[in-house]
Ligand binder design. Structure first.
Ligand code: OXD
Length: 309
């Protein structure tokens, strides 16, 4: 029984190679129209063609190729009997922490500002900030968000976290729910958003919520594009309420050429690279889930389709 890859990646080779290296006996196929779909029980997917899973009569498990599963769950036509699993990998969490640290440090130490001055041969000092004086708020404290928060706290930032449902952490103060949102947001010099995209979180970064951030705050969206209302961010940047934003994720990716973010002087864009799945690192859990699927055993990292993560 093959593992079938359905993705919009231009090059699935690294995935095929990593799977074959870890399990040489495994049959790995990239989806093609002549495939006998009745043979397939396990699919590995990223941005699959909507509805296609309905054409696999014996499909048991769909594994996301990344941490997020919104790309799967937005498809209303996924067979009810298919389980969805996601990737949980310490490297994804660590890479996200390193990226968050990099964007915060860049801003705190004015590195982009000095680069711009360099281009005009301007020698002009500007004060920097210190970690101990900077308050960072993590919106979304799941596995990745919690790792980012704990590590930012460890290196000396003043960190807090917010999630929709209650929870606690020994490493940083945690807020939860609507009732504590404004208190949380009011204490963030940097807001890092790592929420999953669900019906409840779509548009959560809007005029009202981002308006609760202190004047001069900086928004970093590393979760999903539709968490953010783009026009609201632009209006808060233009009014001077927010100082800037680092955006790694967008409503539409690649970001369309005519989107105002491209040329906005206060917006810093990266092409969804804050934390990239490393096929070699994650194939052991994929193969384990494949074997569990064949043997009808409980799966690792199973997603609650109702909750959306
Ligand atoms: C993921 C991503 O979900 O890359 O892993 O966004």
């Amino acid at each position: 029984m093959p593992i079938v890859i359905l993705s919009d990646f231009a090059n699935p080779e690294p995935w095929i190679n990593a799977l074959k290296k870890a399990a040489p006996d495994l049959e790995v196929m990239v989806f093609n129209k002549s495939l006998d779909r009745s043979q397939v029980e396990f699919a590995l997917a990223w941005n699959h063609p909507p509805g296609i899973f309905m054409t696999f009569p014996n499909l048991k498990t769909i594994s996301s190729m990344g941490a997020g599963v919104d790309h799967l769950l937005k498809d209303q036509n996924i067979p009810a009997q298919a389980n969805i699993v996601r990737i949980i990998d310490p490297l994804l969490s660590q890479d996200m922490y390193e990226f968050a640290l990099a964007v915060i440090m860049n801003r705190m130490k004015n590195l982009t500002h000095f680069r711009e001055n360099q281009q005009q041969k301007i020698w002009k000092k500007k004060r920097y900030q210190r970690m101990a004086d900077v308050r960072v708020g993590l919106m979304g404290t799941g596995i990745i968000g919690n790792h980012v928060a704990e590590n930012l706290a460890k290196v000396g930032f003043s960190v807090s976290g917010w999630s929709r449902t209650a929870g606690s952490s020994k490493a940083y103060p945690k807020f939860s729910g609507e009732s504590q949102l404004s208190e949380f947001l009011g204490s963030c010099d940097f807001l890092i958003c790592l929420l999953p995209l669900t019906a409840e979180t779509r548009g959560i970064l809007n005029k009202n919520t981002m308006g609760m951030l202190p004047v001069g705050a900086w928004v970093v969206n590393l979760g999903r594009g539709p968490l953010l209302v783009d026009e609201d961010l632009i209006s808060l940047l233009n009014s001077g309420h927010l100082a800037g934003a680092n955006l790694d994720v967008f409503h539409q990716e690649p970001l369309p050429a005519d989107h105002p973010f491209w040329l906005h002087p206060k917006v810093y864009i990266t092409p969804h690279i804050a934390s990239l799945t490393d096929p070699e690192s994650v194939v052991p859990q994929i193969i384990e889930n494949y074997r569990r699927t064949i043997n009808n055993q409980p799966l690792l990292n199973q997603v609650d389709r109702e909750k959306g993560y």
